[in-house]
Design a protein around this ligand. Structure first.
Ligand code: SAM
Ligand code: SF4
Ligand code: SF4
Length: 340
């Protein structure tokens, strides 16, 4: 391989993080991501032959490290549905230059997987948890999945040493916004790090409406009325969450304001879909297929040059454009496919 190469995109943003979608399948049907009406029994998920092998994922990661990638997050779809996932964790945790390996999951299978993932070298886990009301939780996950199973999964992660556990809550007006303080209290008590995420118009299948977005400013106001908050400075440039410390010492809470305060200017993320397409934005309308290169006799140098060219051409700033009212174009790729 070549030595380190600093690649900057059209807006001078470096490449730092990679999100790897290990499967486009999921055991939930969250309305805001994979609504049942679209992802029903007739939906055609990727056939196995098209999905990258662990060796192929590892090779892509190794090629990306000299280009600046030091953080990898495994996601999907639901990553814990991917068979033998701890093997991939083991492979990636031994790649030199990867300083941070994390995983985002809906938590349903975490109870039985947490130990295996930790033993394989995973250090951190993020669990999506939209409500602590069992009925709201079951409604939002679209399959009636039980809240207590996910909470037990979170406890298993803590016992396995994957702490602090991060919790992600997507706030949707009229659905789960009444339970924000309850979630904040739970995270404070248990020592979890909670992030409230603004509901986004990812993909095309959920009928997103701006009036269902609860702006982070409103979330912070409500939490601040209950517990006094103090802003924290970012831990690293380009941190997507704005963080606040509870003045009483009970940890921190964060908000991800992708709609009301877009942060494209500091976006250093690249996404790899389960079938080997690279996407340079969460709101991508098309990706670059790595498989012809990965599955040919081409070497790592060609693979690296392909990615360098892609990153150098990158000019994505969808959330900023949305804020300026200038979005439009071909259909966007679904989040469950390209990796949230
Ligand atoms: N299945 C895993 C999970 O739910 O944690 C990983 C994949 S999921 C696509 C990754 C994250 O995207 C989750 O935290 C989920 O809540 C978030 N997400 C999905 N659809 C979203 C939307 N429309 N707006 C904001 N966040 C969304
Ligand atoms: Fe599945 Fe995660 Fe999407 Fe929910 S947000 S449908 S759990 S991939
Ligand atoms: Fe990055 Fe695209 Fe999100 Fe902007 S809209 S922060 S470019 S992923």
């Amino acid at each position: 391989m070549t030595g380190p190469v600093q690649v900057l995109d059209q807006l001078s943003r470096p490449l730092r993080d990679l999100r790897v979608s290990v499967t486009d399948r999921c055991n939930f049907r969250c309305q805001y991501c994979m609504p049942r009406e679209v992802f029903g029994p007739g939906f055609r998920f990727l056939p196995r032959s098209e999905v990258l092998t662990f060796e192929e994922v590892e090779r892509v990661v190794r090629v990306l490290v000299p280009l600046g990638v030091s953080k990898v997050r495994l996601t999907g779809g639901e990553p814990l549905l991917r068979r033998d996932l701890p093997l991939l964790v083991r492979q990636l945790s031994s790649v030199p230059g990867i300083r941070d390996l994390a995983l985002t999951t809906n938590g349903l299978l975490l109870g039985r997987m947490a130990d295996h993932l930790a033993e394989a070298g995973l250090r951190r886990v993020t669990v999506s948890l939209d409500s602590l009301d069992p009925a709201v939780f079951a409604e939002m996950n679209g399959v009636g999945a039980r809240l207590d199973v996910v909470v037990a999964g979170i406890e298993a992660a803590v016992r396995a040493g994957l702490r602090p556990v991060k919790l992600n809550c997507v706030v949707r007006r009229g659905l789960n916004d009444a339970g924000l303080l309850e979630l904040a209290a739970f995270a404070r008590d248990q020592g979890h790090v909670l992030r409230f995420i603004e509901y986004m118009d990812v993909g095309e299948s959920h009928g997103w409406r701006l009036d269902e977005v609860v702006p982070s400013s409103e979330v912070l106001e409500r939490i601040g009325e209950r517990w006094e908050l103090a802003p924290e400075s970012p831990t690293y440039p380009g941190e997507v969450a704005s963080r606040y410390r509870y003045r009483d010492g009970a940890g921190e809470v964060g908000v991800i304001s992708s709609v009301s305060q877009p942060f494209c200017g500091a976006c250093t993320r690249l996404r790899l879909s389960a079938d080997g397409h690279l996407h340079t934005c969460l709101f991508s309308r098309g990706g670059t297929d790595l498989r012809p290169t990965l599955r040919s006799t081409s070497g790592d140098l060609q693979l690296s040059q392909l990615v360098q060219g892609l990153w150098r051409r990158r000019s994505d700033r969808y959330s900023e454009e949305r804020a300026q009212g200038v979005v439009g174009g071909p259909p966007k790729v679904e989040m469950s496919y390209l990796g949230g």
